[in-house]
Design a binder for this molecule. Structure first.
Ligand SMILES: Nc1ncnc2c1ncn2[C@@H]1O[C@H](COP(=O)(O)OP(=O)(O)OP(=O)(O)O)[C@@H](O)[C@H]1O
Ligand SMILES: Cc1ncc(C[n+]2csc(CCOP(=O)(O)O)c2C)c(N)n1
Ligand SMILES: [Mg+2]
Ligand SMILES: [Mg+2]
Ligand SMILES: [Mg+2]
Length: 311
């Protein structure tokens, strides 16, 4: 395998959905879901920014799909197809391993590859990948980041902070259990939980950049203030053993957990039924901005609330 044609030939083996037209046409053609909103999202991964250059290609493929499906999960949507943007660097073994990993990831989430684009990258450039995910919302529509109401609780699925530790393990900065490295490399989008709670939330987002920054985005979008108690941030046992500070966990990002505002009693019932760990980490009130406390006591805001590209 070397050039664009070879890569597309390999991808053709994955793109068996009729809408993909065997990757022989200019575009994919998909029947619109009857009476349901479409949910569309696009996230990119860049070597050295989102994953380390020594990350197995198959894991990068998983992450590319998973981070996009996580945005669909946050909208309570069911994936119906994806389009991929692929940068060729000339490393054909990497490309082959990526396609194998992508095949496994697509099969796992039962989502069809519908199309995409393949380009050569200039020699020496960091690898860049993109993926568009298309989903189908529930009949009641998709939750918005703008819908939180005063008095709503802020909930998050857990754990938070494992991926940040996984990155430090991948960088060789610390030693730790393989599960943490996997949390960083192989995030698991909470599709089933997102779908079930969507009718019971007033606002929802996934945690990609960090619990604090993503919570503040919900508050800003809703025109409200949010207060988060660091003592309630759900840390894994492994993270506690490694002495992870809640503030570090809440600003690390890469969690791909769901963060939502709700006043419904259904939330805890659904979480227990699906065995999804959730924690009530704060609440929304009239006003603006983010306040953090620790066991109710005041805490100064850190200079960075999470990941912001180019900041
Ligand atoms: N280059 C762009 N062109 C058009 N819209 C964009 C662009 N970049 C971001 N957006 C839009 O801005 C909004 C916020 O994007 P953002 O990437 O922060 O959300 P996200 O994908 O949930 O987070 P993350 O990228 O950290 O996973 C989304 O509506 C997104 O579609
Ligand atoms: C090698 C390496 N260094 C740092 C990080 C941390 N990081 C990068 S982008 C991002 C936010 C999510 O991305 P986006 O906002 O683009 O969706 C985070 C938390 C990483 N994952 N890998
Ligand atoms: Mg994005
Ligand atoms: Mg998101
Ligand atoms: Mg981001």
């Amino acid at each position: 395998m070397s050039g664009e044609g070879d890569l597309i030939a390999r991808l053709r083996g994955l793109a068996t959905h009729p809408a993909a037209r065997s990757l022989l046409d200019d575009a994919a053609v998909l029947p619109a879901p009857l009476g349901r909103d479409l949910v569309l999202t696009h996230d990119m991964l860049v070597a050295g920014v989102h994953f380390l250059p020594d990350c197995p290609a198959g894991d990068v493929a998983w992450k590319l799909l998973a981070v996009n499906l996580s945005d669909l999960a946050a909208k309570g949507a069911t994936p119906i197809g994806v389009l991929m943007g692929y940068g060729l660097t000339g490393d054909t073994a990497w490309d082959a391993a990526f396609v194998d990993g992508l095949a496994r990831a697509l099969a796992h989430f039962d989502v069809p590859l519908l199309g995409g684009d393949t380009v050569a990258q200039p020699k020496g450039d960091a690898r860049v990948l993109g993926l568009t995910a298309i989903g189908q919302a529930l009949a009641g529509g998709a939750p918005d980041r703008r819908g939180a109401k005063p008095g709503d609780h802020l909930w998050v699925t857990g754990p938070i902070g494992d991926a940040g530790l996984g990155l430090r393990i991948a960088l060789g900065e610390i030693e730790g259990p393989r599960r943490l490295l996997k949390a960083y490399r192989l995030p698991m989008p909470r599709l089933a939980f997102g779908r079930t709670i969507a009718p019971h939330v007033s606002a929802m987002a996934d945690v990609s950049d960090g619990l604090l920054i993503d919570a503040r985005r919900i508050a800003d979008a809703s025109g409200l203030a949010v207060t988060i108690d660091l003592a309630t941030v759900p840390l894994s046992d492994e993270a506690r053993t490694l002495g992870l500070a809640p503030l570090t966990a809440a600003t690390a990002g890469d969690d791909y957990q769901l963060l939502f505002a709700s006043s419904s009693a259904e939330i805890e019932r659904i979480a227990a039924e699906q065995r999804v760990p959730i924690a009530c980490v704060g609440r929304f009130d009239q006003g603006s901005g983010l306040t953090i406390v620790d066991n109710g006591g005041p805490v100064a805001l850190p200079t960075s609330l999470g990941w912001e590209h180019g900041a």
